[in-house]
Design a protein around this ligand. Structure first.
Ligand SMILES: Cc1ncc(COP(=O)(O)O)c(C=O)c1O
Length: 490
């Protein structure tokens, strides 16, 4: 044997694998970690919803790059002491800020299984991709889309909205836009959404190279539903000056108050005007699972694309965003790109085309589908629909509590699962901003704040399946207590 071959052989033989030396020890540690996390979820009520991060805890996460190995047990201890107690709090039933799902123990276990398989769902022929395709099929059926529709898991609705803009853009300008860029005719494209649409729609227009100014913000009525007549008039005016309307984004559950646009009317407008009809259903779209809410989403079945999050009302652990596109060919036309190293075969591991990487910007992708598959199979859509209904019933209960309390003022009718209200005070914006922060820091609950018609509102979005009447009562009591303190201090 030559000297170099000998050296190479002895180096290659050295044990540098990252697997444990002692599987028994790892197994015992793993069981402890799993037990602790099950306890964490089961006993979440005993913890504060959220707590401020002490400086010394934050400082620990400024430490340098670890060069030497450490015991898993020691690293886990750090997690238990310095990470778990300072998480967002959305697992807790008192969390009502922004629009966060609560996750489930089932979803957590599914995440562990997915990490064990360590599957890459960019492509190739393996069952994890069939699991994702099954969810595409279930979602297609859920929204009454035709055969040939396509779908893909993404991080969240912000990404799904961006991808929908890209699909609509390619459909409007043709394939050449992908080689030549948006210039020329692209500069004329205009899109339409209500003033209550989520900010990520504007950002999507920016990222797609169309510019956020090309999004027309159309006024809403008093219940935050888009004024379709005003949108029609704006489209007409834009055509007259030579612009090229191409896209309408309807909201199925606005971020501020949960308003649902008239999706039937928007669909009709899009058919008449030959526009792409996209629905931002980040959390509201899954309302189709509830027999009481489904009629209010009528017209969503006519959309060209829908963005939604299984991690919000669907309670799958973060992240599990999803884009559904009515015409799968148009979806592929926006993203598929040939590459020699991604060559497809009719058999072997490189079979199974089209691959998910043909439907979005990502090549490497995790197995988001598994936690959603476990969630849908374990609970079933009827139970998930009933849970969604219950969050809306809790919002109505909170609304009733606000209306019955002279010290509180309702700022918008609760249309879905979001209630916006405030404590009456001489300087209401200032006082209510402080109340929201005080409540968050108290650990009792975690509402967020928003601006409605120029007024600062305490916003409670009831998304978590664990939230119940006790949590609503605790929030109201906290608002009254901190409100009284704030006004006394003023
Ligand atoms: C209506 C609406 N659209 C879009 C988004 C953004 O979704 P994500 O945070 O999953 O990107 C949200 C988030 O709350 C939302 O409520």
């Amino acid at each position: 044997m030559t000297k170099t071959l000998h050296e190479a052989q002895s180096q290659a033989g050295a044990s540098e694998t990252l697997d444990p030396q002692d599987w028994g020890e790892l197994r015992a540690q793993g069981h402890r970690m799993l037990d602790d996390m099950i306890d964490y979820i089961a006993k979440i009520r005993e913890r504060p919803v959220w707590r401020p991060i002490p400086d010394e805890v934050r400082a620990r996460f400024r430490a340098g790059l670890p060069r030497q190995p450490a015991d898993l047990a020691d690293v886990y201890r750090e997690f238990s002491e310095f990470i778990a107690p300072y998480a967002t709090g959305n697992v807790h039933p008192g969390f009502m800020g922004w629009v966060h799902g609560g996750g489930t123990a089932v979803g957590m276990l599914a995440e562990m299984l997915a990490a064990g398989l360590n599957a890459n769902l960019g492509g190739r022929d393996h069952i994890p991709i069939e699991v994702e395709r099954q969810i595409v099929e279930w979602t297609r059926a859920m929204f009454g889309f035709p055969q040939g529709a396509s779908g893909i898991f993404v991080t969240g609705t912000s990404m799904a909205n961006l991808m929908a803009v890209l699909v609509a853009r390619t459909a409007a300008l043709g394939q050449t836009v992908r080689e030549q860029g948006v210039g020329g005719e692209g500069a004329l494209l205009t899109a339409y959404a209500s003033t209550a649409a989520h900010g990520c729609v504007k950002k999507a227009m920016d990222l797609a190279g169309l510019g956020s100014d090309a999004l027309r913000s159309v006024p809403t009525d008093s219940s935050h539903r888009v004024d379709v007549a005003a949108m029609r008039a704006q489209i007409g005016r834009d055509r007259e000056i030579g612009l090229k309307p191409f896209l309408v984004v309807g909201s199925a559950g606005t971020v501020d108050i949960g308003a649902i646009d008239d999706l039937l009317e928007l669909g009709r407008l899009c058919r008449e005007e030959n526009l792409w009809f996209h629905v931002d259903g980040a959390y509201g779209a899954l309302g189709v699972l509830s027999p009481t809410l489904a009629p209010r989403l009528k017209g969503i079945e006519n959309a060209d694309s829908i963005a939604l999050d299984f991690h919000k009302w669907g309670q799958a652990p973060y992240d599990a965003g999803f884009l559904l596109v009515r015409d799968g060919e148009r979806h592929r036309a926006a993203f598929a790109a040939p590459a020699a190293y991604l060559r497809r075969e009719t058999r072997g591991l490189a079979a199974g085309s089209p691959w998910p990487c043909d439907l979005g910007p990502d090549l490497s992708r995790g197995f988001r589908a598994l936690k959603t598959w476990f969630t849908l199979k374990t609970f079933g859509t009827e139970k998930l629909g009933a849970m969604i209904d219950r969050t809306c019933a809790l919002a109505r209960y909170l609304e009733a509590r606000v209306l019955a309390e002279p010290r509180l003022e309702l700022l918008a009718p609760a249309q879905l699962n979001i209630v916006c209200f405030r404590y009456r005070a001489a300087a209401p914006d200032e006082v209510n901003r402080e109340i929201v922060i005080d409540i968050q820091e108290s650990g009792i609950a975690a509402p967020s704040a928003t601006m409605l018609n120029g007024q600062l509102a305490i916003r409670a979005a009831i998304v978590n399946h664990r939230t119940d009447v006790r949590d609503i009562d605790a929030l109201v009591a906290a608002v009254l207590e901190f409100g009284a303190r704030q006004t006394r201090n003023a």
